[in-house]
Ligand binder design. Structure first.
Ligand code: GDP
Ligand code: ZN
Length: 346
């Protein structure tokens, strides 16, 4: 669904209205502060799961707070009087929703994934995440160096990558394809071969996600939504459960959602994350995604070496010649570095 872009002036007006909305709150109609977790993000409104009663409350964030994201831990206060909090009138979606609380404070984040925003610098899209699940399949074929690009992004964002080859039911007679990516296991990455259609190895995938915050990335059509449905069959019904019976409305314009796993841990899904690419990375970050190069870097005798262009005596080149670096990885390293050079020349 295409999203209408707001002008700076419109954004200012929205913020002014929000300030008015929160400033008209009578503090005596609010409970004491409680700790909560943001589980859904609908633009101006957020669903907060209260850590005490595990219920979900539709809230506004005070206007002095930074942008919030799913996975953020917050301090918030419940409205103890019906209709005490009025949504600003600009929010057409909110007409049938009573707001149930106000978010006062963002608690410190362990990590945050951000995306450039045209008017507001970087915008957070998921917080407190540690695992990047990189999903790929034989159909559609991964585009050039897709996995290595995600590994660079994961290293730069301090996320642990997990490689998931989905749709292995299509590969029954194609053992070549199954071994094509085996060097990633040799590099120490967790690499699972699964099928959301037959449920093969879905339990193993669920197990590696326990007690971690994760996001799923990969090309459109590789089966991310199918895998999420396999792992979280009740996701939609549980996240839709609002705490209050008078609260009948449900937003249709969810921008992101946090799904809790039955045995601990959670997955955040959002359109912004599905497009997760090499955001605001530059050339100097590329090598971070090549873990097997790191041990040789100090041995390179050239200062400021880019370790490419077949420079004689470069430690990375020597290691590759000795078979210590996989030729596919060296080629992808060159190719990704070159793509930065080409982008600069354009
Ligand atoms: P997404 O765009 O990454 O979320 O991909 P979807 O989950 O929408 O799946 C895209 C298509 O691949 C759908 O037609 C699914 O039925 C199909 N699909 C997903 N997982 C599998 C699988 O394990 N095996 C097969 N054969 N098809 C799958
Ligand atoms: Zn070098």
């Amino acid at each position: 669904m295409s999203k209408r872009k707001l002008t700076d002036q419109q954004l200012r007006r929205i913020r002014d209205k929000q300030t008015k909305a929160s400033s008209t709150l009578n503090e005596t109609t609010l409970s004491a502060q409680q700790e909560g977790l943001i589980i859904s993000h609908y633009g101006q409104q957020l669903d907060v799961k209260n850590l005490e009663d595990h219920c979900v409350y539709r809230c506004y964030a005070r206007s002095n707070l930074p942008s919030l994201a799913c996975g953020d831990r917050v301090l918030w206060r419940k409205s103890i009087q019906e209709n005490a909090i009025k949504p600003p009138s600009h929010d057409a979606d909110s007409s049938d929703n009573q707001l149930q609380g106000v978010i006062d404070q963002l608690l410190p984040r362990d990590s945050v994934i951000e995306r450039p925003h045209p008017h507001r610098g970087l915008k957070p899209i998921a917080a407190n995440i540690n695992t990047l699940v990189i999903v790929f399949a034989s159909e559609p074929e991964p585009y050039d160096n897709l996995i290595d690009r995600y590994l660079i992004a994961a290293a730069h964002a301090n996320l642990t990558p997990i490689l998931v080859l989905n749709k292995i039911d299509l590969l029954a007679n194609n053992s070549d394809y199954l071994t094509r990516f085996s060097h990633y296991s040799e590099l120490g990455y967790t690499f699972l071969k699964v099928s959301s259609t037959t449920s093969e190895n879905i339990d193993a995938l669920t197990d590696v996600l326990v007690n971690t915050g994760s996001i799923f990335v990969g090309q459109s059509g590789v089966g991310k939504s199918s895998l999420l449905n396999c792992i979280l069959p009740d996701a939609h019904s549980t996240t839709g459960a609002l705490s209050n019976s008078h609260n009948k409305g449900r937003h249709t314009t969810t921008t992101s959602c946090l799904y809790e796993l039955p045995n601990g841990g959670h997955i955040i899904d959002s359109p912004g994350i599905r497009e997760f690419g090499l955001w605001h990375l530059d050339k100097s970050h590329v090598i971070k995604g090549y873990v097997e190069f790191h041990g040789y870097l100090a041995q390179c005798k050239f200062r400021d070496c880019s370790h490419k262009d077949n420079i004689k005596g470069c430690a990375i080149q020597l290691a590759a010649q000795d078979g210590l670096i996989h030729p596919q990885r060296l080629a992808s390293y060159f190719s990704i570095l070159n793509s930065f050079d080409e982008a600069v020349q354009k």
